[in-house]
Design a protein around this ligand. Structure first.
Ligand SMILES: [Ca+2]
Ligand SMILES: [Ca+2]
Length: 135
């Protein structure tokens, strides 16, 4: 398995190795970006996240599409698979990466992402937040 030191977490090195094996043409920068997105500063990818990544990859391979790091993260965060990120979903995922974050800070971030103040974050809003269009 990709988890070489068996600590149930994929370190950055393990993650890179795994991605390289899956897609030798993926650029170093892209891999770094997906790692950061997948962990959001957590330092390592949990096995759940890895499993979600793999299932998304399989799906995308069928469609002959390249991995979009943003879609991977969206897939990881959007737990019920509908077309929006609800506050509980957001809270759950942020708490995994930043266990100490206060609810008020969390809500502030959601408000920043939720551009139309609809109370949920669409994939488009999420994309603009993670990868703002280059000015
Ligand atoms: Ca959802
Ligand atoms: Ca919204």
């Amino acid at each position: 398995m990709a988890d070489k030191d068996c600590d149930n977490q994929l370190s950055k090195a393990e993650f890179m190795l795994m991605v390289r094996r899956g897609d030798p043409y993926m650029k170093q920068k892209e891999i770094e970006k997906s790692f950061i997105l997948a962990t959001l500063g957590n330092g390592a990818v949990s096995f759940d996240a890895f499993a979600a990544w793999v299932s998304l990859r399989d799906y995308q391979e069928e469609a002959h599409a390249l991995i979009d790091p943003l879609k991977v993260v969206w897939h990881l965060w959007n737990l019920d698979g509908d077309d929006s990120l609800s506050i509980p979903e957001f809270e759950h995922c942020i708490k995994q990466a930043f266990p100490k974050m206060k609810r008020i800070e969390l809500l502030r971030i959601i408000r920043a992402i939720d551009e139309d103040f609809s109370g949920v974050v669409t994939q488009e809003e999420f994309g603009l937040f993670i990868c703002p269009p280059e000015a």
